[in-house]
Design a protein around this ligand. Structure first.
Ligand SMILES: [Zn+2]
Length: 384
């Protein structure tokens, strides 16, 4: 696979205080010049000087509709971002496939595509991602940034220290892909990426504190406090997966009884119900069986919901979020086992504590890839 070129000048970073301006307009635009000078603490002259190249490059546009400016006697023209001025590709890598999306600067998904992975060697996975970028951007404007997310432990320099579903140890994947494409490449943990997508462009907008629990092949946790992602070297270790929630639950491979990993991952639920029924039962069918009163499915799904409620209580007690987001492909558990979830939540909360709003997120797999794109968008706007 040859080096993929996204076009001359594709990667042109913002400079200096332009980052803060672009960020304010991206998240809250259109904004008037008066509002911007207040928010970024600039003189009107400095604002004009900084926004001029951003207007000329097509990143910003003046839109009609502002109030009349008393100094000039005509309507002011608020500034907005042109979402299609920059495009980003986000790719989520699983054990089986690389799923990609092409997005605008405001993380609107324009196209999706998938590539099966014939094996897990870093070169094979990198080539599949380059193919995805090539195909997604075919005939479209240049790609500014490429974000890649994986389940597992990723360093701040994009080295995959441990990849959960790829059996990778210490793979400098950001560098490996960066050598193949001209766009800026960033690699991040998948839950971190989705948390940032919710934070900047989703249900977390305007909240100072929220947490995200993802339910699926594993259990993930992301946290935003004071409007900032809490990101440590331990993000991606799957720390909440082994919190013990049910003393009567099955044991996990690390010897915990009833930890999150064996209570409500998709595998935990399907394996218990499949065993009881003597055949392979898929996740959706497990939830349907529970809904329709199948006793064994009801017991397993109910215990899973109760355990999830206890985990939400623990997250709420420790981090006092304004809302708890539930995401991941297994999120329908929260609907089918709603009563058990609420009972588990109540059991570990103070009776006077207000229950946190629980906001269910889109469980489609596209959201993971969109999260990866948001990491690339953040890198561009913040100049990280
Ligand atoms: Zn465990």
């Amino acid at each position: 696979m040859g080096r993929f070129t996204t076009g001359a000048g594709a990667w042109r970073p913002l400079s200096g205080p332009s980052h803060q301006l672009a960020l304010e307009i991206l998240l809250d635009g259109p904004l008037s010049r008066a509002e911007l000078t207040r928010r970024v603490d600039l003189s009107a002259g400095s604002l004009t000087r900084l926004t001029k190249p951003m207007l000329e490059s097509g990143l910003l546009v003046e839109v009609p509709g502002g109030p009349t400016d008393p100094r000039v006697g005509r309507p002011s023209q608020p500034l907005d971002i042109v979402p299609t001025s920059h495009h980003f590709v986000g790719v989520k890598v699983t054990g089986d496939a690389a799923l990609g999306v092409l997005t605008t600067l405001r993380a609107e998904v324009i196209a999706t595509e998938e590539r099966k992975l014939p094996d897990h060697s870093p070169d094979t996975v990198a080539d599949a991602i380059v193919e995805l970028v090539h195909s997604l951007s075919d005939g479209r404007p240049q790609v500014t940034g490429l974000g890649i997310s994986v389940g597992g432990h990723v360093s701040s320099s994009g080295e995959v220290l441990h990849g959960d579903f790829l059996a990778w140890e210490d793979v400098p994947f950001q560098r490996i892909v960066g050598e193949r494409v001209d766009a800026q490449v960033v690699v991040a943990n998948d839950v971190t990426a989705v948390t940032e997508a919710i934070h900047w462009f989703g249900a977390g907008r305007g909240l100072s504190r929220f947490c995200l629990l993802t339910i699926g092949a594993g259990v993930g946790y992301g946290l935003v406090v004071h409007d900032k992602l809490v990101d440590t070297i331990e993000s991606g270790l799957g720390l909440v997966g082994h919190i013990r929630l049910d003393p009567d639950g099955p044991p996990c491979h690390r010897g915990h009884r009833g930890c999150a990993d064996v209570m409500f991952t998709t595998h935990a639920i399907t394996s218990q119900i499949s065993e009881a029924h003597g055949r392979q039962v898929g996740y959706d069918e497990c939830l349907d069986l529970a809904k329709n009163g199948d006793p064994e499915a009801r017991r397993v799904v109910g215990a899973a919901g109760y355990a999830l409620g206890r985990l939400i209580a623990a997250a709420s007690n420790f981090t006092m979020p304004e809302a708890v987001m539930l995401g991941g492909e297994g999120v329908q558990l929260a609907t089918v086992a709603q009563d058990e979830l609420q009972a588990g939540l109540r059991s570990d909360r103070h009776p006077s504590a207000v229950p946190p709003p629980i906001l269910l997120q889109d469980p489609s797999f596209t959201q993971w890839a969109r999260g990866a794109a948001v990491i690339a968008i953040q890198t561009f706007v913040l100049g990280k």
